[in-house]
Design a protein around this ligand. Structure first.
Ligand code: C2E
Ligand code: CA
Ligand code: CA
Ligand code: CA
Length: 281
């Protein structure tokens, strides 16, 4: 009882109380933000390393708060996930991003290889109208399901919940792509690589950080890329910031990448110029 008492003292530490209040304020405000149109999507290119050709575009949500200014997803996605607001947020992201894709395509037909990547949280898999919403939203705009890829963290994909696994299978059944996100940051990823209903893997930035001058790290990245390939999956390395990283990854046979080196996330109006032109490689 004594040790529990000590733990309780820690739990109710004033700074944590403040954090809790901050969270519930954020949750309340976020609920309004979704309705009031305070959310905005930025888009970041995914490129073919050899050519700089754009093969995808990832939508990343931003919250333009009336008084706090631009809020980054790390500050509100976890709150949205805890409160279930992620479901409404995800609904909005799907509609907004598909509408944007259609608008771009109406202006100038998009390159056939270009895919739209959307991040999907675990809680969204249990939303009962998810499949219907995806299928209808695509159909309504005449968008081929093959144009869409959902990025899902491996923690979600590793779930043993059959219900969630079934939903993933059904998403694939629609012809929509599934990608493992943040690969290399979770646990026991390796054993699950082959059994997951995914076709691409996004290798986390932390694996290539410091690879520039570290031969050991380069060998390690090479092994990770081989592992992904041996599982029959395609690798995309994220968080590429330097030309040196690009040339090393190319040398290791990595075909696709994403990162500030190729382009930071940008608002839709600034993204459109990238869609039909190659980037530096
Ligand atoms: P993520 O899916 O792993 O997205 C990559 C994050 O790394 C993005 O941060 C991106 O801006 C950043 N990034 C890209 N290239 C580089 C680089 O070269 N260097 C560095 N240092 N960072 C780079 P962002 O936009 O702040 O998003 C953070 C996370 O929030 C995302 O991580 C994703 O997990 C989540 N998120 C964003 N939008 C959504 C959404 O619509 N739905 C859901 N469920 N989650 C989202
Ligand atoms: Ca992602
Ligand atoms: Ca990621
Ligand atoms: Ca991440």
């Amino acid at each position: 009882a004594k040790s529990r008492g000590r733990n309780n003292v820690q739990i109710f530490h004033p700074s944590m109380l403040h954090a809790t209040q901050q969270r519930s304020r954020t949750a309340a405000e976020l609920r309004n933000a979704i309705e009031n149109g305070e959310l905005l999507l930025y888009y970041q290119p995914v490129v073919e390393l050899a050519t700089g050709r754009i093969i995808g575009i990832e939508a990343l949500v931003r919250w333009v708060h009336p008084t706090r200014g631009m809020i980054m997803p790390e500050s509100f996605i976890p709150v949205a996930e805890e409160t279930g607001l992620i479901v409404d947020l995800g609904r909005w992201v799907l509609q907004e991003a598909l509408q944007q894709l259609k608008s771009w395509n109406d202006v100038a037909p998009l390159p056939s290889q270009l895919k739209l990547h959307l991040n999907l949280s675990a809680a969204e898999l249990l939303r009962n109208d998810l499949l219907e919403d995806i299928a209808r939203s695509l159909e309504r705009r005449g968008i081929d399901p093959g144009r869409l890829v959902f990025e899902i963290t491996e923690t979600v994909l590793m779930t043993r919940e059959t219900e969630e696994a079934q939903v993933l299978g059904k998403i694939r059944g629609l012809g929509v792509g599934l990608q493992i996100d943040d690969f290399g940051t979770g646990y026991s990823s390796i054993s699950y690589l082959r059994s997951l209903p995914a076709d691409t893997v996004k290798v986390d930035q932390s694996l290539i950080e410091g690879m520039d001058n570290d031969a050991g790290q380069q060998t390690f990245v090479a092994a990770v890329l081989q592992l992904i390939e041996s599982a029959g999956l395609q690798a995309i390395v994220e968080g590429i910031e330097t030309a040196e990283q690009v040339s090393q990854l190319r040398r290791l046979g990595c075909r696709f990448g994403q990162g500030y080196y190729f382009g930071r996330p940008l608002p839709a109006a600034e993204t459109v110029a990238l869609l039909n032109s190659p980037l530096p490689s």
